[in-house]
Write a protein that binds this ligand. Structure first.
Ligand code: CP
Length: 299
C-alpha cells in the first residue's frame, strides 16, 4: 500500500491480508524491515486516546522511531497549515504520518503533492472515514466467527456522524455480511439503504450476531438533541434487558470511548458478550499490519 485513506480503496484480498497479518502479529510474528531505520509521526488534530496510543504502541513494537508531535505546542499555533506540517515531517525524513483531522478528505492535497514523500495513514477524517478502526473491527469479528459471509450485523446509534459506521457498513456488505441499522431517525440517512435496512432495535436484538453500538457524538451536534441520556438509553441503547434477548454467541462491539449507560448499560461494557477490550487490543496488531504494508509499499 502507498497510503491507507479509505477502506473502499482496498481490495477484499488486501482487507483479508491485513486482518490475517494482524492475527499473525498477535500470535508473535516479527516484522523483517527492508531499511535499518524508519520514522513515523502521529499528527492528531482531533482528540484521541485509542487510535493515537495504539499507533504509538504498534510503531514501538515494530521498532519504528516515533517523532512526537503535539498540535497545541507546534507551529500549527503560528498558523502553519496541515500541508506545510506534513511537508516539514517529510523533509525531516519521516516515512509515514498517521493523521487525524476534522476536515473530511483532508488528505487529498497531501497525496497529490510531488514534494511530500511520506506515506499517509488516515486516523479519522471528520465525519468521513476511520479505516483503521474498520480493520480492527473486522479483525475482531473474524476472530470471533471465522467468516463474514451470512453474519447479521446491527449498526446502532449516531450513524450520520460516525466515520466508523461509514467505513464498516461498506466493508461488511462487501465481505458478505447482512447489515441492519437502528437508532434515532434524525441520525440516519436514506443513503445508507444501499448497505442495509433500518429496523426498530427491539426487532433486531434477538436476530443479529453482532450488535455494533456507536458513540453519541455530542461534539458534532448542534446541542438540539430531543432526548436526555436516560431517554436515549431506554429508546435506542443496549439495556441489560435487551442484552438478555441477544442470540447465544452474539457479541457486543463499540469503537469507544463508551458513554456508559447511554449507548449500552455500564454492566455490559466488560460483560461476557462484549468484545470492546478485544477491539482495543486488536487495534495494536492490525495497525502493525497496516504500518508494515504502507512502509513496504514505499520501499
Ligand atoms: N475509537 C476511536 O477512534 O477512539 P479514539 O477517538 O480514542 O481514538
Amino acid at each position: 500500500l502507498k497510503h491507507l485513506l479509505t477502506v473502499e480503496a482496498l481490495t477484499d484480498q488486501e482487507v483479508m491480508g491485513l486482518i490475517r497479518r494482524g492475527q499473525e502479529f498477535k500470535n508473535g510474528a516479527k516484522w523483517t524491515p527492508e531499511k535499518e531505520q524508519y520514522f513515523a509521526t502521529n499528527l492528531f488534530f482531533e482528540n484521541s486516546t485509542r487510535t493515537h496510543k495504539s499507533f504509538d504502541v504498534a510503531e514501538k513494537k515494530l521498532g519504528i522511531e516515533v517523532i512526537e508531535f503535539d498540535a497545541s505546542t507546534s507551529s500549527v499555533q503560528k498558523g502553519e497549515t496541515l500541508y506545510d506540517t506534513v511537508l516539514t515531517m517529510s523533509a525531516l525524513g519521516v516515512d509515514v504520518a498517521v493523521i487525524r483531522h476534522g476536515d473530511e478528505n483532508y488528505y487529498d492535497d497531501l497525496i497529490q503533492s510531488k514534494t511530500i514523500q511520506c506515506g499517509i495513514i488516515n486516523g479519522g477524517d471528520g465525519s468521513g472515514q476511520h479505516p483503521t478502526q474498520c480493520l480492527l473491527d473486522l479483525m475482531t469479528i473474524y476472530e470471533e466467527f471465522g467468516r463474514f459471509e451470512g453474519l447479521k450485523v446491527a449498526i446502532v446509534g449516531d450513524i450520520t456522524h460516525s466515520r466508523v459506521a461509514k467505513s464498516n457498513m461498506q466493508m461488511l456488505k462487501r465481505l458478505g455480511a447482512e447489515v441492519f441499522f437502528s437508532g434515532p431517525a434524525q441520525w440516519y440517512d436514506e443513503e445508507f439503504e444501499v448497505y442495509g435496512h433500518y429496523l426498530p432495535l427491539d426487532e433486531l436484538v434477538g436476530e443479529v450476531d453482532v450488535m455494533m453500538m456507536l458513540r453519541v457524538q455530542h461534539e458534532r451536534h448542534d446541542g438540539n438533541e430531543s432526548f436526555s441520556k436516560e431517554e436515549y438509553h431506554q429508546q435506542y441503547g443496549l439495556t441489560v434487558g435487551r442484552a438478555k434477548k441477544m442470540k447465544e454467541g452474539a457479541i457486543i462491539m463499540h469503537p469507544a470511548p463508551v458513554n456508559r449507560d447511554v449507548e449500552l448499560a455500564d454492566s455490559l461494557v466488560e460483560g461476557y458478550q462484549a468484545r470492546i477490550i478485544q477491539q482495543m487490543t486488536n487495534g495494536v496488531f492490525v495497525r502493525m499490519a497496516i504500518l508494515e504494508a504502507v512502509l513496504a509499499g514505499r520501499a
